[in-house]
Design a protein around this ligand. Sequence first.
Ligand SMILES: NC(=O)c1ccc[n+]([C@@H]2O[C@H](COP(=O)([O-])OP(=O)(O)OC[C@H]3O[C@@H](n4cnc5c(N)ncnc54)[C@H](OP(=O)(O)O)[C@@H]3O)[C@@H](O)[C@H]2O)c1
Length: 234
Amino acid sequence: MAEGQIIVTGASKGIGAAIAGELERRGFSVVALSRSGEAPAGRAVVCDVTNEGDVKRAFGEIAAAGPVAGLVNNAGIHIGGPIASLTTESFNKTIALNTTAVMVAAREAFPFMEKNGGTIVNIGSFFDKLGVPDNLAYCASKAAVAAMTRCMAVEWAKHGIRVMNVAPGYIETDLNRDYLAREKVKAWMASRIPVGAPGKAEDVAKLVGSIFSEQIGFLTGETIYIDGGQGMNH
Ligand SMILES: NC(=O)c1ccc[n+]([C@@H]2O[C@H](COP(=O)([O-])OP(=O)(O)OC[C@H]3O[C@@H](n4cnc5c(N)ncnc54)[C@H](OP(=O)(O)O)[C@@H]3O)[C@@H](O)[C@H]2O)c1
């Protein structure tokens, strides 16, 4: 068993559950956070990461149980729609989970990694540098994740904490299953994604798992895109 616990947010299903499973397979001790408390892999802890008090309580309890070696900020939400009718409430709800909760969780995990170092992986999106119709809130929230990753990386490097942003392209999960099932969308995906189709949660999980397993000391602050080549496809 690798030393220390790794906290994975939004680990009840989708990409987060796949990451928790992959980290366990690699011998890590995983704590799986979600609102529902479902945990296909890892030790379940109920925690709404948009609630600061909940995060402080949960992280305190986790640290009391043993050393904390890492954090995966995966919990996320997608609310689409044209800018002209985007409500401030939808915008703020997206930022609250995709952006503010990433900062809060990293900040609250920091004291537990300050002395012995650790690894933080944020889950961004390849939308972070694209102009996507109907996606203003989501794109903004993920661009901020890439920026925060760089800031955390340079500020915490002296503590032995590496911070990475893993930015997936289309991955079939509950977040988009209905959308990806539409015939028109399928044909568009086949034409736009160089590898031919959306990726799997396991693809993202293997990348995150390798970041934790390989411990490449000189790699920090970067965004790694895992999108089948879509973001760079002209
Ligand atoms: N799927 C894609 O194509 C894709 C592409 C790029 C990036 N991403 C990113 O990858 C991450 C995971 O996406 P996904 O597709 O796996 O989503 P998903 O299937 O909808 O799962 C979201 C997870 O987040 C948890 N969650 C939601 N709100 C939460 C909260 N307030 N506190 C704690 N946990 C919360 C959910 O569990 P509970 O409901 O039990 O709380 C669930 O485990 C997100 O950050 C997303 O933006 C996804």
